[in-house]
Design a protein around this ligand. Sequence first.
Ligand code: NAD
Length: 461
Amino acid sequence: MAKHDLIVIGAGPGGYVAAIRAAQLGFDVACVEKEVALGGTCLRIGCIPSKALLESSEKFLETQGALKEHGIDVSGASLNLANMHKRKDKVVKMLTTGVAGLFKKNGVTRYEGSASFTAPTKLLVTGKDGEVELEGERIIIATGSSSVVLPDIELDGARVGTSTDALAYDAVPEHLVVIGAGYIGLELGSVWRRLGAKVTVVEYLDRILPGMDAEIAQDALKTFQKQGLEFRLGARVTSAKAQGEGAVVEIEGQEPLEADRVLVAVGRRPNTDGLNVAAAGLELDKRGFIPVGAHFKTRVPGVYAIGDVIGGAMLAHKAEEEGIACVEGIVTGTGHVNYGAIPGVAYTEPEIASVGKTEEQLQSEGVAYKKGVFPFMANGRARALGHTEGKVKVLADAGTDCLLGIHIIGARAGDLIAEAVAALEFGASAEDVARTSHAHPTLAEAFKEAALAVDGRAIHV
Ligand code: NAD
């Protein structure tokens, strides 16, 4: 039986980052991962390949007329989907092998196979080379999540599938029906719309992007509709299955939709199948998550859990923060995640990014707030780029002026939000941001102007 100071189960962004940090702090660390490639859903079949396709499909779209306004006439541009996928695969390969390189550099031992508890500190790893028994003084469970499948949705991977399938369609669907207007549905729906598919998004709620600020989500809806995405809101899908050459999607109280591909993007559920958590003495909560207390400790001494498998926002960067905080908690006794300053980004065009409280949250909590809004239309750099859609919305405490929430829809919002996150982390006020010099001309100036607008002092509107 091989023994280690710490064994991490799962090499996604939570797990691999935790393993590397523990190795940096002097632990003898092992990481068990069932997939050949490291990096988890995010690197292999999630964030990274979807961003590669989002970038490529946007470039394709630019050749279909958008470059004209820049004085560039493109003729003869055509889609080579196979090559687009090859590029995406190359990006994924470089990053997943990069994680393997980081493990090597940091002396993290890698076990390839599925881990299953045999005792609180013992695991049986079953892989293609047989079984290995491991013992860890401590174990971190970082097994992530998988796509939720609804009871009457018959996934066949070909016509009715999840995001993994939608990242690899070998032809542009004629009609793609997306179930769920969350991050995945809108990002991948956008990709295939740009490449020429008719896309219908069916969403149970009467709005898109649940959890995001409602005003920004409404702006986003209008933009997506202008881009040609069709929406059926307040529509609950009751079943979806392959039929004939295509698929049929049944919607409560409405005409069914016919499609040649269906993407099911209705959320994710924690991965605990096969872990045999009972052998460790662990119990799952009602929704299947692993409950944790302070410092990500489970009820079993020496066993910790982080990332999607413990619930909360299912985001790679949230898992990374938890991985670091968990390991530092073990080694140094301190480790903290500020859940109030975890950004969320939808990488659509324009991007939508958010941190802190939404306006609806502040209203329901009875917090008195001030609001400043600045449109990208009035930002010089946005004009020069030709991306004038969207705005920055800053919410600050009415009494103290402290920033409470920042919501952006616009070009590169996913990058712009970093400044807002830093400002929230440092407890900045709208006045602090308003008095901070921002390079001109940059999109970031829109954040400064929105902060000025909190007190009616924006210069360019
Ligand atoms: P989601 O929770 O963001 O959205 C799912 C949507 O499906 C919801 O709006 C829900 O109302 C709807 N829905 C559920 N059942 C339905 C039904 N029967 N009929 C119609 N609509 C229905 O989930 P997702 O988009 O699948 O993403 C899963 C997770 O992955 C999220 O937690 C997200 O945080 C994460 N993710 C993040 C990013 C990013 O950060 N850019 C990208 C992809 C995924």
